[in-house]
Structures are given as structure tokens and as C-alpha cells.
Design a protein around this ligand. Structure first.
Ligand code: PLP
Length: 397
């Protein structure tokens, strides 16, 4: 291991290399530092600030009162829930599934982790677009795989660089892993790009692991496409979804994945040692979410659209400090920092926090091309955005 890498590792005896090589999470570090600053304007979490709708909570309460939540469910999840997920996948993702192709997981995160564990052997390479959601990089590392970061094309809105992805493929490449709509850039990968990605996966016999956490939050006519809806490539895809973002159910820890029927028992073998099953009370809440009215989803989407527009307007007034690509999805954006000090995004964000009282996330957390950027979340009330930008205007002014 190179000395620089060793220096970044935390020197704690008896901890596996697998874990100690994982750097501290910049998101959690900023949260910790933010607590030291009074009345901070907080734009650093990708967590919905709204609460889950009442009918979802009532679904959970009713299940508790009926005594349904005291035991484990099937490892793959409650059959009623999996049947409802099948209906949702058909309706909203154009994926024709059956319940034995579904695994209910502890949020999208555990589904992604179980999929990576089931597919990646030590030394296998996984191609990830850069910047990407930092947890994906860690999931590959924790499986002793090798993340291979392929820069996206920022000037075109952080789209995939398909030529570079193809060039990055080696005999060790096992999978491609991406999130769309993207955390941190807000990019929605378009149909043409995803169809080509599907061809590449087929030509090289690669698996594709998708994170579709923000599937319902797209704007300006951009449409989310689940790559598993392309029949030719379906067997190569593991698609991960969650209730966290769609229904503001972060703390409930429930999500699910769809994969080929033959793969599900294998992924379940990886899921059991981490979770046995997803929390049963949350599975009942998820059932209520899918069966209940869906207008909360469009209300969240409308809110994020208006806060995105507000954030872009406010960024336009700071054009000597930030240059940005307008996000077409999710509730995150990834402006470039123009002044020299932005070269070290961590120092820049820490200074902005201490001196400007605005909490953001350093871009370097999302892969090497994230340097000189910061991530801003617009899943907050408009007032929080105005407070943050009023402060930034006087700080940079
Ligand atoms: C892209 C992406 N995937 C997954 C998650 C977490 O999902 P869950 O709460 O379902 O584990 C997040 C949370 O920020 C995210 O941004």
C-alpha cells in the first residue's frame, strides 16, 4: 500500500484493512462540525426534511396493534408487500416482474450492499461514474472490489462518458454501478445513454447495479428510465429502490431490489447475515405507502422543483463564485467553485461553515472529479435556502 494511502487510514489496532482504508464520511464530518456553529444554514444533507404522510404512519400503527410486527418476516420480505411492489414496478418502471424477483431490504443501501457482496469478488473492478454517491464507492471497497472512477461530462450536465466507460473495461471488470437521478449532480441519465450502456453491458457480459432512489424527482420533461425495462439486458441488472425519498421515510429503513429470479436467492444469502429481513413494522408502513394515495409524491416533487428554481436563481447572483449545471432530477446540485481556494473543496467548505455559517458538502467526497465543487441540497424549506444565500452573498460580497 502506498504511504499516502496508509496515512489516510485511521491507525486503530485490530481493524481490518477493508474497513480502515475507508476514509471518514465528509457528510458526517460536516454534520459534526455544523453542530459547533450556532444557527447554521444547513444545505448538506440529502435527507427530506418533511415527515412521512399520516396514512403511512397509521399503517404501521395498525400493524403494531394487530400484533403483526413482533417476529421476522420471510427473508425476502412480506409477500403482500412484494406483490404490491410488482404492481408498482409494472406501473411506474415498465418492469414486468413477479414476487420471486423482489428482495425487500433495509433501505436502498442494504440492497446495494447485498448486491455488491453477491456479485463482486476481491479484486473485481466496478466502474462508477465520477462524481457519484460516495456510499457506492465504499460498498465496492468493503467487498474488496476495486472502484474504477470514470469522469462524467460536466459541460453537458454531468452525463455519462460512454466512450471512456468502454475504454475502462478490462478482463477484471465485473459491473457498472450508477445512480440516476444522481446524487450529487442531479443528472437524469437519458434513454439514449442508458440504451447504449445496456449494449456495452451485454457486449462485455457485465452486471449493472442501479440506485434509483430519486426515481420520482425529475424536472423539465426529463424522464427516469429503469434500465431493467430494456428486455435484452434485464438479466444483467440489479435495480435498487427505496421508500426513503419517495415517501420521506428515511428513518423507517425500508427499500427493495429487483433482479433475475435466479440471482435473488444468491443476493438473499448476502442479505441475511446483515439484516435477516427488513424491519417488519416498516414493511407494513411501506405497504400502506404503496396502497395509499400517491399525491404526496407529486407534492414532494413540486416542492423540490420550486426549491431547485430558487437555488438556481440565487446561484445566478453569485456567478463570480459558482458555475453550475441545472439539475434535471433528485434534490441535489453540484456547483463548481470558481475562486482558487475551491481547489481544496474540504478547506473551502469548512471555511464557509465557520466564517459564513453555511453548511455544504465538499465535492471531493464524491470521487476525484468532485474536487473544486460542493454539493448543495434543495430538499429544505425555501427559507433555509434564502438564509444560506443571504449569508453567502455577504460572505463572498
Ligand atoms: C443515491 C442514494 N441512494 C441511497 C440513499 C439512501 O437510501 P436508503 O435510505 O433507502 O438506504 C441515498 C441517501 O441519501 C442516496 O442519495
Amino acid at each position: 500500500m502506498n504511504p499516502e494511502r496508509r496515512n489516510q487510514m485511521e491507525e486503530i489496532p485490530n481493524v481490518s484493512n477493508r474497513v480502515s482504508q475507508i476514509p471518514k464520511s465528509a457528510i458526517h464530518e460536516m454534520t459534526r462540525l455544523s453542530k459547533e456553529v450556532e444557527d447554521v444554514a444547513f444545505l448538506s444533507w440529502a435527507k427530506p426534511t418533511s415527515d412521512a404522510p399520516e396514512h403511512i404512519k397509521e399503517g404501521a400503527v395498525a400493524a403494531i396493534q394487530k400484533g403483526l410486527v413482533g417476529g421476522y418476516s420471510e427473508n425476502a420480505g412480506l409477500i403482500e408487500l412484494r406483490k404490491e411492489i410488482v404492481r408498482k414496478l409494472k406501473r411506474d418502471n415498465n418492469i414486468d416482474a413477479n414476487p420471486s424477483e423482489i428482495l425487500v431490504t433495509v433501505g436502498a443501501i442494504e440492497g446495494l450492499c447485498a448486491a455488491v457482496m453477491a456479485l463482486i469478488d476481491p479484486g473485481d473492478e466496478v466502474i462508477l461514474p465520477s462524481p457519484t454517491y460516495s456510499t457506492h464507492i465504499r460498498q465496492v471497497v468493503i467487498a474488496s472490489g476495486k472502484p474504477v472512477m470514470v469522469p462524467t461530462i460536466e459541460e453537458e450536465g454531468f452525463i455519462l462518458d460512454l466512450e471512456e466507460i468502454e475504454k475502462a473495461i478490462t478482463p477484471k471488470t465485473k459491473a457498472i454501478m450508477y445512480c440516476s437521478p444522481s446524487n450529487p449532480t442531479g443528472t437524469v441519465f437519458g434513454e439514449r445513454q442508458l440504451r447504449r450502456l445496456a449494449e456495452i453491458a451485454l457486449e462485455h457480459n457485465l452486471m449493472v447495479i442501479t440506485d434509483e432512489a430519486y426515481e420520482y424527482f425529475t424536472y423539465d420533461g426529463h424522464k427516469h428510465l429503469s434500465i431493467a425495462s430494456i428486455p435484452e439486458v434485464r438479466k444483467n441488472i440489479v435495480s435498487c429502490f427505496t421508500f426513503t425519498k419517495t415517501y420521506a421515510m428515511t428513518g423507517w429503513r425500508v427499500g427493495y431490489l429487483h433482479a433475475d429470479e435466479k440471482l435473488i436467492p444468491q443476493i438473499t444469502k448476502a442479505h441475511i447475515p446483515f439484516a435477516i429481513c427488513a424491519p417488519v413494522v416498516s414493511q407494513y408502513a411501506a405497504l400502506a405507502a404503496l396502497k395509499g394515495p400517491q399525491d404526496c409524491v407529486s407534492a414532494f416533487r413540486e416542492h423540490y422543483l420550486s426549491t431547485r428554481n430558487l437555488m438556481c436563481e440565487r446561484l445566478d447572483n453569485l456567478s463570480s463564485v459558482f458555475e453550475y449545471q441545472k439539475p434535471s432530477g433528485s434534490y441535489l446540485m453540484f456547483p463548481k467553485i470558481l475562486p482558487e481556494e475551491g481547489k481544496d473543496s474540504t478547506t473551502f467548505c469548512k471555511k464557509l461553515l465557520r466564517e459564513g455559517r453555511v453548511s455544504t458538502t465538499p465535492g471531493i467526497a464524491f470521487g476525484p472529479t468532485g474536487q473544486q465543487h460542493l454539493r448543495l441540497s434543495f430538499c429544505v424549506p425555501a427559507d433555509e435556502i434564502n438564509k444560506a444565500f443571504d449569508r453567502m452573498e455577504s460572505y463572498f460580497g
